[in-house]
Design a protein around this ligand. Structure first.
Ligand code: SF4
Ligand code: SF4
Length: 138
């Protein structure tokens, strides 16, 4: 019997190898980004401790939030604010700070977890935390 089989008798030639992540030696010198648009692959939403919640009823569609968001996490459709992409919004609060109508409220992420039983929802979620926030997020 080969030594490989002795160590792992259940292993077979058909076993699928796990997808390998690049190691430190595979990172380009200076961590230069070689492919445009690769930021989409990194779901920075997992970093978030606070979530921007937009009161769309009072939004004036100036799109300052879209201009200032460093992660391209503000979704615009037909030149109007549509939603926040919570997969990529890291919760920096810049949009809330820049919004001239003051309709973006930063809400602790734990409130969503408590209310929805989820860690990182990917929906805009305007009003789904009413009970926990006193309606500020609507
Ligand atoms: S900055 Fe505020 S008012 Fe302007 S589009 Fe964004 S949410 Fe609406
Ligand atoms: S909190 Fe920061 S990352 Fe999230 S939408 Fe606002 S500006 Fe973009």
């Amino acid at each position: 019997m080969k030594s490989e089989q002795k160590e792992n008798p259940g292993a077979s030639a058909k076993a699928v190898a796990p997808k390998e992540k690049p190691g430190w030696a595979d990172v380009p010198i200076g961590a230069v980004v070689l492919e445009a648009g690769c930021g989409v692959e990194y779901e920075t939403g997992e970093w978030r401790s606070e979530r921007p919640v937009v009161n769309t009823d009072k939004c004036i569609n100036c799109l300052f939030c879209w201009v200032f968001c460093p992660d391209g996490a503000v979704i615009v459709e037909n030149e109007k604010f549509k939603a926040i992409d919570y997969y990529h919004c890291k919760g920096c609060g810049i949009c809330s700070n820049e919004c001239p109508a003051k309709v973006i409220t930063m809400v602790e992420e734990t409130k969503f977890q408590e209310a929805n039983g989820e860690a990182s929802a990917a929906v805009q979620g305007n009003g789904n935390i009413k009970a926990k926030t006193g309606g500020k997020g609507e």
